[in-house]
Design a protein around this ligand. Structure first.
Ligand SMILES: Cc1cc2nc3c(=O)[nH]c(=O)nc-3n(C[C@H](O)[C@H](O)[C@H](O)COP(=O)(O)O)c2cc1C
Length: 183
């Protein structure tokens, strides 16, 4: 069982990182091989809105930009399930998360998209500030997962106040997601 956990904060010691680590721990406890990917360490350009707004993403299910997108998309496509953990920035997912999500949904929204439909995914929105905008960030994840027809295992919000018990919820959710695949 192969699981990819995508961590989309630049901070390795913060709330988002601790939740990504909790997801790794849960999936590992369920017997999965887990790869933790730090998205901000990758080259991930924004979508160029090629041509009239659609290009090879719609026609061929691929993006023409040559950066780390293709390799990460391949990893997620080959995995049995995946986890996306984002900090809440301005009530939205982080910029690196959005760049990846924008390009992935374009490539995977149609019938030619490869390997993500029905794949279990766990989404986590971590608000380390006031907690404002947590719900809208989670809504963005929900809409994105809908666009790529993912099987949503759970969507979890975390704030500074809830971090202690929600960290355990993230760990348990990742474990349960992997165990459900094995059933
Ligand atoms: C540009 C920016 C915007 C932010 N916007 C919000 C916000 O809308 N709501 C909130 O609760 N926290 C906000 N925060 C705080 C982050 O959610 C918090 O830093 C987050 O948990 C990431 O921290 P981490 O890197 O330690 O995981 C923002 C932080 C940054 C850098």
């Amino acid at each position: 069982m192969q699981i990819v956990v995508i961590h989309t904060s630049p901070n390795d010691e913060g709330l988002t990182a601790s939740l990504a680590n909790a997801a790794v721990a849960g999936a590992t406890a369920a017997g999965a091989q887990v790869e933790l990917v730090k998205l901000t360490a990758l080259e991930m350009a924004r979508c160029r809105q090629c041509d009239d707004g659609w290009y090879t993403c719609r026609d061929e299910g691929r993006c023409v930009i040559e950066d780390d997108f293709g390799a990460l998309r391949g990893k997620v496509s080959e995995a049995d399930a995946w986890v996306l953990v984002t900090p809440v920035y301005f009530g939205e997912p982080s910029e690196s998360a959005k760049a990846f999500m924008d390009r992935l949904r374009r490539c995977n929204v149609g019938a030619k998209g490869e390997g993500l439909a029905e794949k279990p995914v766990l989404g986590v929105a971590a608000a380390g500030g006031s907690g404002g905008g947590t719900a809208t960030c989670l809504l963005a994840l929900d809409r994105f997962f809908g666009h790529i027809s993912a099987e949503v295992a759970d969507l979890i919000t975390v704030t500074r106040r809830s971090a202690e018990y929600k960290r355990e919820a993230v760990r348990a959710a990742a474990q349960a997601m992997v165990e459900a695949i094995g059933e």
